[in-house]
Design a protein around this ligand. Sequence first.
Ligand code: ADP
Ligand code: MG
Length: 219
Amino acid sequence: MPPVLRAEDVSFAYPGLALFSRLNLELGPGEVRVLVGPSGSGKTTLVHLLAGILTPDRGTVYWDAHPISRWPEEQRVRLRKRYLGLVFQHHYLLPELTALENAALPGWILGRPDPDRARRLLHRVGLAGKEGLKPEHLSGGERQRVAVARALFSRPRLLLADEPTGALDRQNAGGVLDLMLALAEEAGTAVLLATHDERLVAGLPGWRIERGGLVSLGS
Ligand SMILES: Nc1ncnc2c1ncn2[C@@H]1O[C@H](COP(=O)(O)OP(=O)(O)O)[C@@H](O)[C@H]1O
Ligand SMILES: [Mg+2]
């Protein structure tokens, strides 16, 4: 089976700022890996390259055998909808929709609505009884739990999470992280989790960004 995610010799620079030089990375089915590095080291940029939001200057990003970084935008967006879940520091829930509607959104987008799955996921993340509330009536931790449920709703092959707990206090952060990893495991989803907070992810295998490349944290 090909890796779920592979970056091959990826180089990337912003104007006047070379960030990555011939970087390589591979994530197998269901694997969980962390990406750590201090603020400004390039975690968000790398996540965007791996998500096909940014395009590398050189090298290729593959999802399974698909060289998505060489694909036209339209084709990439189409595959992304069913292949990739994303969680960011800020939840990006739709303010007019309830928790249930937000969690179920990927199903509607894919033409496979399944409110029961959304309901089960919300129970799973501790939001039973709050399905009908809009984001403004949820706490920060609760909103992020809805965002996690939404990202894993369609059992994507790959979840990219960029500082998913960055806006939460430590107790909430640990809870949301544990739930995210548990739901990903149940869905068979591979996870790359980017964070500046090495203490939060101590013991998990992965990489640290150093001098434009990746240093392995052991596996
Ligand atoms: N759109 C952009 N244009 C130019 N420089 C950028 C842009 N986005 C980020 N950078 C710079 O790239 C570096 C890495 O940023 P980023 O990927 O956000 O790091 P991290 O997520 O690890 O904090 C920083 O020096 C940042 O200022
Ligand atoms: Mg960042």
